[in-house]
Write a protein that binds this ligand. Structure first.
Ligand code: COA
Length: 330
């Protein structure tokens, strides 16, 4: 019997109004527009308003989805939220979103896989549809990175932005949808990219706040090296396993963490510029939201059309990394 695949049938996005550009950052830390552009490809990023949390941005992205597509929230079976900046430890961000959007028949949960979170969530959602148990799964990538960013540290504060984006997965017709995926985890990466404070290891105290343990810590160079190797490797492996080459890919949407990392991966995959979605200049690194944001922007720009082969790849804290291959149906 032919396997039921899961496919993306609706999309939506939200970015906060406030924009922080490189010139603004020049006034806060010792940096320059030139350095940021040339070392990262970033130009501006959106920053959430005070009190605006990941569930609020996701709710707004869902609203955008409803403007674009006919969706009854009560028909949603499951909500999976990829985030490392949940509104709070519990209840889950999924619970808050479920309540906000009136998806009263859905259950849901959050997953923590940093910048690979959206791909992890997408793969999990696809399994629930492929096994026939559920018909409509909302997959959310939402991160309010500004709330865990130290704006006195030039090493990290230039890199991140806030955004949310959502996709709806449903059973696919014909041979469309998620064709295959590879997801990876290597916990030895835990020392290079993390936020130490606030969890059960270092519960919040005055001391953890004084030591700035509630902010992102990153060894940029180590993460960079790992990302360059692993994002390309997993993309090549996924294509190979499906007897495909770079030239078969309609659009490649990589995680947007550094333009130089994307360029290295693109060169390894032997892709042309027109095959690659880059919007790092507009949003910087929005963690779990970069890839779904790329999907929405590419779709709006007419760069993602029915029958296109879409390759998505990410890497992030953990370390986590992975790739997902889709035959696009929208
Ligand atoms: N503005 C100006 N100078 C800066 C700076 C900034 N914002 N940040 C660092 N520098 C300086 C450093 O102090 C260093 O100065 P020195 O040579 O006098 O010591 C110099 O620039 C080079 O720093 P380095 O850290 O080697 O730069 P880099 O080329 O590795 O770029 C990152 C730094 C963070 C942009 C890069 O390592 C990176 O993108 N890493 C991966 C990050 C990532 O993807 N994280 C998310 C994972 S999902």
């Amino acid at each position: 019997m032919k396997k039921t695949r899961a496919t993306i049938t609706a999309i939506g996005k939200y970015t906060p109004k406030r924009i922080l550009n490189n010139r603004d950052l020049e006034k806060i830390v010792d940096t320059s527009d030139e350095w940021i552009r040339s070392r990262t490809g970033m130009v501006e990023r959106h920053i959430a308003a005070k009190g605006e949390a990941s569930s609020d941005m996701a709710t707004a992205a869902f609203k955008d989805m409803r403007k674009r597509f006919k969706i009854d929230p009560e028909e949603i079976d499951l909500i999976i939220v990829a985030t490392i900046t949940p509104d709070m430890f519990f209840p889950s961000t999924a619970a808050l979103i479920q309540h906000n959007i009136g998806a009263r028949n859905a259950f849901g949960f959050d997953i923590s896989a940093a910048c690979s979170g959206f791909l992890y969530a997408l793969a999990i959602a696809a399994e629930f549809i492929e096994n026939g148990r559920y018909k409509k799964v909302l997959v959310v990538g939402s991160d309010t990175m500004s709330t865990i960013t130290d704006y006195t540290n030039r090493d990290t504060c230039i890199l991140f932005g806030d955004a949310a984006s959502v996709v709806l997965l449903e059973p696919a017709e014909e041979d469309y949808g998620i064709l295959d995926y590879i997801l990876k985890l290597d916990g030895s990466g835990k020392d290079f990219l993390y936020m130490a404070g606030g969890g059960s290891r270092n519960p919040a105290t005055h001391e953890t706040v004084d030591k700035k343990m509630h902010y992102i810590y990153q060894e940029g160079k180590s993460v960079f090296k790992f990302a360059v190797i692993k994002m390309a490797e997993v993309s090549v492996d996924l294509l190979k396993r499906n007897s495909l080459k770079g030239s078969d890919v309609g659009l490649f949407i990589p995680h947007q963490a550094n333009k130089r990392i994307i360029d290295a991966c693109v060169s390894r995959l032997k892709l042309k510029d027109e095959q690659v979605m880059i919007n790092i200049d507009k949003y910087a690194n929005t963690t779990a939201a970069t890839i779904p944001l790329g999907i929405v922007d590419a779709y709006d720009q007419g760069r993602l059309k029915k029958d296109d082969l879409l390759l998505m790849s990410a890497f992030g804290g953990g370390f986590t990394w992975g790739s997902v291959l889709v035959k696009w149906s929208l």
